[in-house]
Design a protein around this ligand. Structure first.
Ligand code: CA
Length: 239
């Protein structure tokens, strides 16, 4: 099997910044397509597949969050990295609830940016779902990792690539606390010393999908000072 060069779509209206990003990504060996508006990116997505979408929030016309929601209609799985000049947590949550997988605040450090990109593009063997499509059940949820699909109490949803990575990690370590650094490293490819709220906001999203009461989670539990643990309650376990 030949390894394809990852093709990245950059949606950024600041031309100088876009040039810099394209240059650096190309130096890393990626193929990059650049568009200047959300509308153009949605056009591109109708006939092109990408390995990663890097999406600015402040765009002329439709903003990045609205674009992200529409991207998810066209391609549920593709990793989406949101770039924004604003750094407050509210924006982060908006970004992640609109279907993005990670968030980087401008101005960002180039090394940090490239690290996030390579982490999101990583296709390591371990998180690949088993070749046999078996669903994973807990509560009212049925998760199909191979087809990136889940049935929940609120209806059917399509899962993103990073959601599947995280769920795979949780299911394989059921009942055990997983340290934050491990989750960041295995799902996003971060170094463990990275300060980020992305993980916590991502957990908020999983709880909204799968918990009967997201404010009082029973499946995706916080382990104070450590990280998170996935636990099925005893009635969910197969006999
Ligand atoms: Ca902009």
């Amino acid at each position: 099997m030949t390894e394809e060069v990852p093709h990245i779509l950059l949606v950024e209206d600041e031309i100088n910044l876009a040039r810099g990003i394209c240059f650096n990504l190309e130096q890393e060996g990626y193929k990059v397509s650049h568009v200047e508006s959300g509308e153009e990116s949605l056009e591109r997505l109708k006939y092109d597949r990408f390995s990663l979408i890097i999406l600015d929030v402040m765009l002329p016309g439709m903003d990045g969050f609205a674009v992200c929601r529409q991207i998810r209609q066209l391609d549920a799985r593709v990793p989406v990295l949101i770039l924004t000049a604003r750094g407050d947590d509210g924006d982060r949550i908006t970004g992640l609830s609109s279907g993005a997988d990670d968030y980087l605040t401008k101005p960002f450090n180039l090394g940090e940016f490239l690290l996030r990109v390579s982490g999101m593009l990583r296709r390591s063997a371990w998180y690949r779902p088993e070749p046999v499509e078996e669903s994973y059940r807990f509560g009212d949820n049925e998760i199909y990792l191979l087809s990136y699909h889940a049935k929940t109490a609120q209806g059917d949803i399509d899962l993103t690539d990073l959601e599947v990575r995280m769920l795979t990690l949780f299911f394989r370590n059921e009942g055990q606390p997983i340290p934050r650094a491990t989750l960041l490293e295995e799902v996003w490819g971060y170094r463990s010393d990275t300060e980020t709220r992305t993980l916590d906001n991502f957990i908020v999203r999983l709880r909204k999908y799968f918990e009967p009461d997201p404010g009082n989670p029973v499946y995706f539990q916080t382990v104070r000072g450590v990280g998170y643990r996935f636990n099925r309650i005893s009635s969910d376990k197969p006999h």
